[in-house]
Design a protein around this ligand. Structure first.
Ligand code: GMT
Length: 380
């Protein structure tokens, strides 16, 4: 098949899912064309059958806000016509689902059978897409798709509730490459960050408010009062200054290391003992799955799709949003009990390998493409 993939290039799960899917599809012999306004960070490197097309919004003095939606649609049209794309698979409804629809309206008659698959990732439904300034266009973009997929059952339910969407939604979970995200990766950084054998808690995110960053630091400060420990925080975003300030206010700044954006989190994750993700919303939690694949139990919140990834008491624990006492209690128990932590870490790894392998997930996307290509009508 000839497949176009549109996504955000920035640090975030939807760009990771789109990039890794593109690479896997190309390896399986499909011709893949990725559209974004910069090279997605997980797409670096050369892959046969995979082409990147940068969306150039240009500059014009009249445009305070360059019209990226139109520039993206134009790029999709150009490549769809030149290569005869079969499917445009967009990741995150806003604005990509609408761009794909515009592109299909404009392409030459010969490409009019171009199919659109939209994958919903999270805040395109639960936050941004539901806001009044985007609601109707998000709904339109979803409704004009030939197939809609969501990364969790929770998100598919939210889509029905928020947008009254009645067509089938395929739930296709995120995946993890367990050969790359593995506990076997070098543990050398452990000595560097915890020279006295302290236990290490880890957090990776793009530091947006939805990640509840202050709760990472608050939880760690409570743990630190009880035992020697270190907190590694990888990523960058609007909440980073707040986290730094809070670490200072709570007197734990010496034990918190801010690593900034990291391209290869798989080299850092195996250094940790426990992963913490106290999000206020999380449709799936790819960062948690990557940590699990590295053999870390996960401490998260009982919201969104996290319960579809983490089994409390088996491979992690879930606490109420904002309940840092619960998180700290669970963390201390796990960090002080090597056997229990090891058992949970092994269960986490096993689940990542057995249930979330890329092979399994890519096949589900391929089945969706095949289905829409066979169907005449939308909403199949
Ligand atoms: O929905 C978002 O905020 C953006 C998106 C991203 O690009 O990071 O994150 C979502 O997509 C990931 C991949 O499917 C999921 O694993 C994340 O849970 C989800 N984030 C949220 O729901 C906050």
């Amino acid at each position: 098949m000839k497949i176009g993939i549109a996504c955000y290039p920035t640090y975030g799960g939807s760009g990771v899912v789109a990039s890794e899917l593109g690479i896997d599809l190309a390896k399986r012999g499909h011709e893949v064309h990725v559209f974004s306004y910069a090279l997605p960070f997980r797409l670096r490197g050369f892959y046969e059958n995979l082409y990147f097309h940068e969306i150039d919004v240009g500059s014009y003095p009249l445009f305070k806000y360059p019209p990226i939606t139109l520039a993206a649609a134009c790029k999709m049209i150009e490549i769809a016509e030149a290569r005869g794309l079969d499917v445009l698979h967009v990741h995150y409804a806003i604005p990509w689902a609408v761009c794909a629809h515009l592109a299909r309206e404009v392409v030459q008659e010969s490409c009019r059978r171009l199919k659109i698959v939209t994958t919903l990732h999270g805040t395109d439904i639960t936050l941004v897409g539901a806001e009044p300034q985007f609601f109707k266009m998000t709904k339109f973009g979803i409704e004009r798709s030939d197939a809609v997929t969501a990364v969790s059952t929770y998100l598919s339910r939210e889509t029905r509730k928020t947008f009254g969407f009645e067509c089938p939604i395929d739930v296709i979970y995120n995946s993890v490459d367990s050969a790359r995200f593995t506990p076997a990766a070098a543990r050398c950084c452990r000595k560097h960050f915890a020279p006295n054998g302290e236990k290490i808690m880890l957090h990776v995110s793009n530091f947006r408010p939805v990640k509840n960053i202050p709760d990472v630091v608050k939880t760690f400060a409570q743990v630190r009062r009880q035992m020697p420990a270190k907190l590694l925080m990888a990523g960058d975003g609007p909440e980073l200054p707040t986290a730094r300030l809070l670490a200072k206010e709570l007197g734990v700044e010496q034990d918190v290391v801010f690593l900034g954006n990291q391209e290869s989190v798989e080299e850092i994750l195996p250094c940790g003992d426990l992963f913490i993700l106290p999000s206020a919303y999380e449709s799936f939690g790819l960062a948690a799955l990557e940590a699990m694949s590295c053999g870390l139990p996960v401490l998260a919140t009982e919201i969104g799709g996290l319960g579809e990834v983490i089994a409390p008491g088996v491979d992690g624990w879930l606490c109420r949003v904002g309940d840092t006492e619960c998180m700290a209690e669970r963390a201390i128990d796990l960090l002080q009990n090597d056997a229990k932590r090891k058992k949970m870490g092994e269960a986490a790894r096993k689940k990542a390998v057995e249930q979330f392998s890329p092979g399994r997930i890519v096949a589900q996307y391929e089945a969706v493409y095949e289905r829409v290509l066979k169907a005449d009508k939308a909403c199949v």
